[in-house]
Unconditional design. Structure first.
Length: 360
């Protein structure tokens, strides 16, 4: 099922929660709508589901206008943030509830219930009630209930937000495997960028009710459209600068650290144009003073000292300082420099192709 949102807008009195939203969700995609709280992503999902009526704009499923259709007419399954399970029904009754509304035969209901109980590893819990289950088990019941009606589109509203970190990671794997198996067009709303990067086939980012950028996880991470996206998707260092020279392949940018050479990536910047450099912490190379010969062979190398270290398990986060200017670098613990104490004099470098230039 391919979904098209055309100039979709939702107003609540004077507040415009979603503004002129244009978005395409491809058939069979696991498409994330990502953004900070209050950006309009859940309102967008509710309009997709038919739970909210747009103020204006259109929603198309495979070219058919569904804007005025009720939720039951759209062929959608939805998992809410709080799962919304019926507390007085057993797990099996929760799963078969939607099937009974569709007036399937008793045999069809039994077959589907068994199929999705088995798929979600809930067979032994079928006779229990939601209050007797853990958060992860309730989440699987909500998924089974949504999938049992065999929807054309699956809508997920922050389904993992109530789970602990370990269970969230486990359920991410389950959801990704499930999507690969069923290939249902899935729209997943979240504010968690790690979920979208690790699971999504596509990501759309919203801010203040507006669509900012769409693309694959790698494209969004490596080629953010602006400073907000660069900072919101993963960690980055943002440095203000001014273009001093351009060539076919490189832009030279003057910053408080010195002159950076940045890959042009086909982008055209003018001399003296103000820009922002985005430098991902994991892309720095860090060198101690004894490795000075190595760093001097690298492009974009600068002297600095180690101000602070934060242990992260498999890596450390280092705060590097130079004349009051600070950068964050992420250093793997197998790096020979990882044992350096705070205050150590060192240098860092970053390749031109690892620098993203953004218009200010």
């Amino acid at each position: 099922m391919k979904i098209l949102l055309e100039n979709l807008t939702k107003r609540y009195d004077a507040t415009e929660a979603v503004s002129q939203l244009n978005m395409t969700i491809e058939n069979g995609a696991l498409h994330f709508i990502l953004g900070p709280s209050g950006c309009g992503k859940t309102t967008t999902l509710r309009m997709l589901a038919g739970l909210e009526k747009p103020t204006c704009g259109k929603i198309y499923f495979d070219g058919t206008d569904v804007t005025e259709l009720s939720p039951s007419e759209r062929g959608i399954g939805m998992v809410f943030q709080n799962y919304a399970l019926w507390p007085h029904m057993t797990i099996e009754e929760n799963i078969t509830y939607g099937l009974k509304l569709k007036k399937l035969t008793k045999k069809e209901i039994q077959v589907r219930a068994h199929k999705y109980l088995e798929m979600m590893h809930l067979e032994k819990l079928a006779s229990r009630y939601p209050s007797q289950l853990s958060g992860g088990q309730q989440q699987r019941v909500a998924l089974a209930r949504a999938l049992a009606i065999e929807p054309k589109v699956l809508l997920l509203d922050e389904p993992l937000s109530n789970l602990d970190a370990k269970l969230r990671h486990e359920m991410r794997e389950n959801l990704r495997t499930l999507h690969a198996e069923l290939k249902i067009t899935t729209v997943y709303v979240t504010h968690d960028q790690s979920e979208s990067l690790s699971m999504g086939t596509n990501i759309s980012i919203m801010k203040d009710g507006k669509h900012i950028q769409s693309g694959s996880p790698k494209d969004i991470y490596n080629h953010p459209k602006n400073s907000f996206i660069a900072k919101f998707i993963g960690e980055t260092n943002l440095i203000e600068g001014k273009v001093t020279k351009t060539t076919e392949k490189l832009h030279f940018v003057k910053t408080s650290f010195g002159i950076f050479e940045a890959d042009s990536r086909g982008e055209s910047f003018k001399e003296n144009e103000a820009v922002t450099l985005s430098l991902r912490p994991e892309l720095f190379k860090v060198y101690s003073s004894k490795n000075q010969e190595k760093v001097e062979k690298e492009t974009n190398h600068f002297s600095t000292h180690l101000k602070e270290k934060i242990y992260l398990g498999e890596s450390e986060q280092w705060k590097l300082e130079n004349d009051g200017n600070e950068l964050i670098a992420k250093v793997l613990l197998r790096c020979e420099e990882q044992s350096l104490p705070r205050g150590s004099e060192l240098s860092f470098s970053i390749k031109p192709e690892h620098i993203t230039l953004l218009r200010t």
